[in-house]
Design a protein around this ligand. Structure first.
Ligand code: ADP
Ligand code: MG
Length: 700
C-alpha cells in the first residue's frame, strides 16, 4: 500500500481532534488528500513593507517593528478587546484582537523586534490590523516561514482549532519530505520534454512551496495539464464507447434527391464551414455507427440548410427524417422554408403541431407509418405515442436546450435502431465548455456567415432619448422597413412585466396612430392561434411594428424587419440579447439594434451593453458572458460525471486544454491502442481517475 493512502491521523501534528476536523471541513482523509489541497495563492514573505508604504493595499503585508503599547479595553470577558501600537521607523499602526485577549496579551512582549504579517484595515483614515500574526524576529529567521508561502482554503471552524492557513502549511511541510521518491511520473520523459512539463514530483512539491513564482506557475501548468489530459481522454473514451455500442443505419449512398437539390435547387454556394460540417455528418452516417452530433452556429449561419441536406441523404437511403423545433412558430417557419426548397421534388413533407386538427393528424400518422411521408416537421407533438415512423433514419432537433435526453429517446420508440441525431443550437458556447457539457456528443461548428450579410449597427440609448428613438423609427418605417420592440418577461415579475409591455404597446400606438400605422402585439399569454395570426400579419408586412416579449427570441425570420429595439435591455443576459439582435439583418437593408436602458446600470450591465455595441461575433459574446456569470453557472458540467477538476478551469485554461488535446492526439497517432510498454503507466493512471465504467482495453 502506498504511503499516499495513509490515514491523515498518522501525520505528525495531527491528533484525533484535528483529523476529525480535516475530514469534516476539507474532506481530507488520507495523505493524498492533503497533498491535493492546493494553495489558491501565495504571499511573498521575503518582502517587508514600511508602515508609510501601506497606501491603499488591501492584501496581506509583512512589516518589521516593535510593540510600544498594549491595553485591554471594554468590559471584562467576551466584550473585551486588546489594542496595541506597532511602530517602525516610518510610523505606527494599531493592532486589534477580539478573541483570546488574555492569552495573547500574556504572550506578547513590549519593545522587542517582531515580524508582523496581516491584512490592514483602513478605517476613518487610520490603519489597523485585526488579528495579525506576530513572530519574534529571532524566531522568524530560524523558521521556514520565508519566501513564497502558500495560502490554503480554510474555514471558521478550522481557524478556531489552530488549523488556519499557517497550521495547514505546517502540516504540508511535514508531509512533503516523506513523499520524496513515491510520486512516480506516469508521463514518460520524452513526453514531458515534448510539452515542456515538470516531473510530477517536482510539480507537487513546488505547488505548495515554490522556490519562485515561475516555478509555481510551471507546477500549476503541469498539474492542470494532467487533469485536462485525462479529462479529454475520458471523453474520447466515452465517444468511442458510444460509437462502438450504438449501431445505427448505414447511409452508404448520396443519391438522386441530394444531388438534384445540390445541383439544381440550392440557390447559393455553401460556405466553407457548411461544406466542412456536411462532410462530417456524411462521414458519421456512412458506416452504421450512431451519429450523435451537436451542430453549433450563430443565428443565420445556415444550420438549417445543412440539416435539410443531411435529411436528403437519409431519404436517399430509403429512410425518413424529422425535425423538431421548440415553438410552433419556428416549426411553421421550418416547414414553409423546407416546403419551398423541395417544391419541385416528389418528396412529401408534413407539419405536426399541437394545433393540427384531429382528422389531419390521423392522415399524418398513417402516411408516416406507410412510409409515404418523407419528412415530418413539428414541435413536442412529435413525441406523442401515436407518432410512429416506418423507418426514421435521422432526427434533427433544433435548439436542444429545451429538450431533455429522455424526451429525445421518445422520438424513435418504434425503430429497430436509434436514428442518427443532429442537434442544432445557436447559443454559442466556447468549444472547451461545449465538450464538457455535452460529453459524448461530437461537435461541429459553423463559424462563418454566408457572404453579403450587412453588419448591424448597435447602439445604447436611455429612456430620456425616447423622442429621438420614435423619430428614427418613423423614418425607417417611412422607407418601408419594419420594427421589433421587445420587452423582458421574467417569470418572477410576470405581472409587472406584462404591465410594462401593455403600457409600452399603448404608448407606441399613440405615437404611431392608425390607420397610417399598424402595430402588432405578441406575448406568452396569448393563445397559439392568436400569436400566429399576429406573427403572420407582421411577416406579410401588414403591420409595421411588432411589440413583443421574448417569444420571438428563437428563429423567427422576417427579412424586411430592420430595426430591433430592446426595452429594459439591462435585464437581459448577453446570449439573449445576441439572439434577439439576430432577428434583424436578414434582408438586404441596413439594420439597427437599439438597446434601451434606465440611467443607472450595474457594472455587469454596462459590460453587457458595451459588448453588444462592440461586436457581433457570437463566440466572443459567449466568452464575455461566461466571464461575467462566473463559475456558479457551470454546475451543468459537474453533473456530466466528468473527472473532477481541482485546478483547471474550463473557462480560463483554454491554452492548456489545447495543449493537452494535442498531446492526446499525438499519443493516439503514435500508439492507437496504447500497447507500448512506456504508455502503460498512462493507462493505469487513467483507470484510477476515470469516473465512469469505461473499459479502455475493450475499446482501443
Ligand atoms: P440558421 O438555421 O443557422 O439560423 P438558416 O439555415 O436558417 O440559418 O439560414 C439563414 C438564412 O441564410 C436563410 O435565409 C438561408 O437560406 C440563408 N443561407 C444559408 N446558407 C447560405 C449560404 N451558403 N449562402 C447564402 N445564404 C445562405
Ligand atoms: Mg435557425
Amino acid at each position: 500500500m502506498s504511503i499516499l493512502s495513509t490515514a491523515i491521523e498518522y501525520l505528525k501534528g495531527v491528533g484525533p481532534a484535528k483529523a476529525d476536523l480535516l475530514k469534516k471541513e476539507l474532506q481530507i482523509f488520507r495523505y493524498a488528500d492533503l497533498l491535493q489541497l492546493y494553495p489558491y495563492r501565495y504571499v511573498d514573505r521575503s518582502r517587508f513593507y514600511k508602515i508609510n508604504e501601506l497606501g491603499g493595499t488591501a492584501a496581506e503585508v509583512q512589516i518589521k517593528g516593535r510593540i510600544t503599547n498594549m491595553e485591554v479595553q471594554g468590559p471584562k470577558g467576551r466584550g473585551s478587546r486588546l489594542k496595541a501600537t506597532f511602530q517602525d521607523d516610518t510610523g505606527e499602526v494599531e493592532l486589534v484582537w477580539f478573541k483570546g485577549v488574555q492569552w495573547i496579551q500574556k504572550s506578547l512582549k513590549l519593545h522587542q523586534d517582531y515580524v508582523l504579517y496581516g491584512k490592514p484595515n483602513f478605517f476613518n483614515g487610520s490603519l489597523s490590523f485585526p488579528h495579525p500574526e506576530l513572530d519574534l524576529e529571532a524566531d522568524f529567521k530560524r523558521s521556514p516561514l520565508r519566501g513564497l508561502q502558500p495560502l490554503y482554503p480554510s474555514t471558521e471552524k478550522l481557524n478556531q482549532k489552530g488549523l488556519n492557513n499557517r497550521g495547514l502549511a505546517k502540516l504540508t511541510k511535514v508531509l512533503l519530505p516523506q513523499l520524496k521518491g513515491v510520486l512516480p511520473d506516469f508521463f514518460p520523459a520524452h513526453f514531458r520534454d515534448r510539452y515542456a512539463l515538470m516531473t510530477r514530483e517536482e510539480a507537487l512539491m513546488q505547488i505548495h512551496f515554490p522556490s519562485s513564482i515561475d516555478k509555481a506557475e510551471a507546477a500549476r501548468l503541469r498539474l492542470k495539464f494532467e487533469e485536462l489530459f485525462f479529462f479529454q481522454m475520458e471523453m474520447a473514451a466515452q465517444k468511442r464507447q458510444h460509437h462502438r455500442e450504438f449501431q445505427s443505419f448505414a447511409f452508404a449512398e448520396v443519391g438522386a434527391h441530394f444531388n438534384h437539390f445540390y445541383e439544381k435547387v440550392l440557390p447559393f454556394e455553401l460556405t466553407g464551414a457548411q461544406k466542412r460540417v456536411l462532410k462530417e455528418i456524411r462521414q458519421d452516417m456512412r458506416y452504421g455507427k450512431h451519429m450523435n452530433r451537436l451542430l453549433q452556429g450563430d443565428v443565420g449561419s445556415g444550420k438549417t440548410m445543412v440539416a435539410l441536406m443531411a435529411m436528403l441523404i437519409a431519404i436517399d437511403n430509403g429512410f425518413q427524417a424529422c425535425l423538431m423545433a421548440p415553438t410552433e412558430i419556428l416549426a411553421q417557419q421550418h416547414y414553409q422554408g423546407i416546403r419551398e426548397l423541395l417544391e419541385d421534388s416528389p418528396l412529401q413533407v408534413a407539419l405536426l403541431t399541437g394545433s393540427v386538427k384531429t382528422a389531419d393528424r390521423k392522415v399524418i400518422h398513417e402516411n408516416l407509418q406507410s412510409g409515404e411521408l418523407h419528412i415530418l416537421i413539428g414541435t413536442h407533438a412529435l413525441l406523442e405515442d401515436k407518432v410512429k415512423y416506418k423507418n426514421l433514419g435521422l432526427a434533427v432537433v433544433d435548439e436542444q436546450h429545451r429538450f431533455g435526453v429522455a424526451q429525445r429517446a421518445k422520438l424513435w420508440k418504434k425503430n429497430k435502431l436509434p436514428p442518427h441525431i443532429l442537434v442544432m443550437t445557436a447559443t454559442p458556447i466556447p468549444r472547451t465548455l461545449a465538450m464538457s457539457i455535452y460529453g459524448n456528443l461530437d461537435l461541429s461548428v459553423i463559424d462563418e456567415l454566408p457572404p453579403g450579410r450587412k453588419p448591424i449597427t448597435t447602439s445604447h440609448a436611455f429612456d430620456k432619448d425616447r423622442n429621438k428613438l420614435f423619430g428614427f423609427l418613423e423614418t425607417e418605417i417611412e422607407k418601408g422597413r419594419q420594427v421589433y420592440i421587445v420587452y423582458p418577461l421574467i417569470e418572477e415579475s410576470e405581472k409587472m412585466d406584462y404591465k410594462d409591455l401593455m403600457d409600452g404597446y399603448e404608448s407606441i400606438c399613440r405615437a404611431f396612430p392608425r390607420p397610417k400605422y399598424q402595430v402588432s402585439v405578441v406575448h406568452g399569454k396569448m393563445k397559439p392561434e392568436d400569436k400566429d395570426f399576429e406573427m403572420q400579419r407582421f411577416a406579410s408586412g401588414k403591420t409595421q411594428i411588432m411589440v413583443a416579449t421574448t417569444v420571438i427570441e428563437v428563429g423567427v425570420n422576417v427579412p424586411n424587419a430592420s430595426v430591433m429595439v430592446i426595452e429594459s435591455a439591462e435585464r437581459f443576459g448577453l446570449s439573449q440579447l445576441h439572439q434577439l439582435r439576430g432577428r434583424v439583418g436578414r434582408g438586404a437593408e441596413k439594420s439597427y439594434c437599439i438597446l434601451m436602458t434606465g440611467p443607472k446600470l450595474s457594472r455587469d450591465a454596462q459590460v453587457r451593453m458595451k459588448t453588444m455595441v462592440r461586436t457581433q461575433d457570437g463566440f466572443e459574446i459567449a466568452d464575455v458572458d461566461l466571464k461575467l456569470r462566473g463559475p456558479g453557472d457551470l454546475t451543468g458540467t459537474q453533473q456530466s460525471g466528468m473527472l473532477n477538476l481541482k485546478l483547471a478551469d474550463l473557462r480560463q485554461d483554454t491554452p492548456i486544454m489545447d495543449l493537452s488535446r494535442r498531446a492526446l492526439q499525438d499519443l493516439f497517432n503514435a500508439d492507437p491502442s496504447l500497447k507500448a510498454a512506456e504508455h502503460q503507466s498512462i493507462l493505469e493512471e487513467f483507470a484510477k481517475r476515470k469516473s465512469g465504467k469505461i473499459d479502455w482495453g475493450r475499446i482501443a
